[in-house]
Design a protein around this ligand. Structure first.
Ligand code: SAJ
Length: 412
């Protein structure tokens, strides 16, 4: 048995390494020479707890190898990006490129799995691209033919920061283009997944993944809307949510400075794009969450206006707690906009990085330690609930104006 993983990023690399750690031969394919070289040295090019150890072990055992060029295998797992920009079409070009890359080496009886989060219909599209490239093979879903190839959508659903654990323990949705495709895919996932592998069709699997992230987005939007209503009504939203969540059937998530990351702020748009007239709540939730950074900035401006020479300390730049990932981070966005507004000196505290990211380099923002920020700032903006910030108490900040988007201080 040999498995080929196409795309060695945040999902593909951990998946490849975990399958290899079960003793299965894995070949990882990527378009980046740097990624390929790094992995073949037993090292990693992305940050994820324990990933370095697992990759190193798999490479040393001779079970994991990376290459720029696809080669024959029994199963191919595609884990490439599917970007989406608001107002544009979902971009399936990386899936199409992956199809073009693997098509020449496909053999009768192979299994092709799409793991990338995708709009409904993408798996059918993948099968039809492959069919066009390999008319000598028969792919499922092509009318009137009995297929000798297997195609399925098995969406990834791991949480960054807990990928290696969740890859194994989460239940998996296995959406085959036919029951035979699902059965074949379940066989593969059973080799490394401890959770249940639940069978459905490809379209339902695509929608299930989008639904999970949209559920979270809508629930966070509800919390963000509550936080603004509570500001108006002079109610502590954190206490309010704690109380409401004591009801056995209520479970509200937490407000914040906005929703970041590459998944929850993106995936709902796939649904909106597929059903623009009907996806009204999903669209509104996206708009509410995207508007939250602007609201926070107004709150900070109001606080800063109280001082002649305001020093504003932004606590946290990452998109969520205890990681170094600053991509699509509302905290970073707020800090940059505050600097651009020129309303005072801006300090940034981010314990998980050692240098400012490129987007702040041209600003006057200074990266400082928590101590310095606490001693110098008169306006504190809590943007991320990193562990060291959770240890803060009201007495640390009682001479300052605080805009607390995570409820660290107001919740005490
Ligand atoms: N956030 C809040 N309030 C909350 C929870 C989160 O404001 O109560 C914010 C976070 O601060 C962050 C954003 O939402 O900015 C997203 O963070 P997250 O931890 O909710 O999710 P991600 O983007 O790291 O990972 C999600 C997960 N999806 C779900 O939990 C339904 C993960 O399981 C998926 O695999 C991943 O998206 C993905 O790749 O799609």
């Amino acid at each position: 048995e040999k498995v080929s993983v196409v795309g060695l990023g945040y999902i593909g690399l951990p998946t490849a390494a975990v399958i290899a750690s079960r003793g299965i031969e894995v070949i990882g394919i990527d378009v980046s020479q740097r990624a390929v070289d790094t992995i073949n040295q037993g090292k990693v090019h992305i940050v994820e707890p324990d990933l370095d150890m697992v990759v190193q072990a798999a490479v040393t055992m001779g079970k994991l190898r990376a290459s720029l060029t696809p080669e024959p295998a029994d199963a191919f797992m595609i884990a490439v990006p599917t970007p989406f920009k608001e107002g544009k079409q979902p971009d399936l070009s990386y899936i199409q490129q992956a199809a073009e890359a693997i098509a020449p080496v496909l053999e009768k009886g192979n299994l092709v799995i799409l793991e990338s989060t995708s709009p409904v219909g993408a798996t059918e599209q993948l099968a039809s691209w492959l069919q066009g490239l390999r008319p000598d093979l028969s792919f499922p879903g092509q009318s009137g033919k009995s297929a000798d190839m297997f195609v399925a959508h098995c969406p990834e659903r791991v949480l960054p920061g807990r990928v290696l654990e969740e890859l194994v323990s989460n239940d998996r949705i296995i959406g085959g283009m036919s029951p035979a495709c699902s059965a074949k895919a379940i066989e593969l996932y059973k080799t490394f997944v401890r959770g249940d592998c639940i069978q459905t069709n490809a379209r339902t699997a695509e929608m299930a993944k989008l639904t999970e992230n949209s559920f979270r987005d809508v629930n966070i939007a509800f919390a963000n809307e509550l936080s603004i209503i509570c500001d108006e009504l002079k109610i502590n939203v954190w206490e309010l949510i704690r109380l409401a969540n004591r009801h056995p059937r209520v479970n509200i998530l937490s407000p914040g400075p906005g929703v970041g990351g590459h998944c929850i702020a993106v995936d709902p748009w796939f649904i909106v794009d597929s059903a623009p007239q009907s996806a009204r709540m999903i669209r509104t939730a996206r708009e509410i969450n995207d508007a939250k950074p602007g609201y926070v900035i107004q709150q900070v401006k109001k606080a800063a206006d109280e001082f002649k020479r305001p020093v504003i300390a932004c606590l946290g730049l990452a998109f969520k707690p205890d990681i170094d990932d600053l991509r699509e981070s509302p905290a970073l966005d707020i800090t940059r906009q505050l600097a651009d507004m020129d309303i005072g000196e801006v300090l940034a505290v981010e314990p998980n990085i050692t240098a400012l990211p490129a987007s702040l380099e041209k600003t006057d923002v200074a990266l400082v330690g928590l101590e310095e920020a606490l001693s110098r700032a008169n306006v504190l903006v809590v943007l991320v609930d990193h562990k060291p910030f959770k240890a803060l108490s009201v007495t640390d900040v009682n001479t300052k104006l605080v805009v607390d988007t995570r409820g660290l201080l107001s919740a005490n």
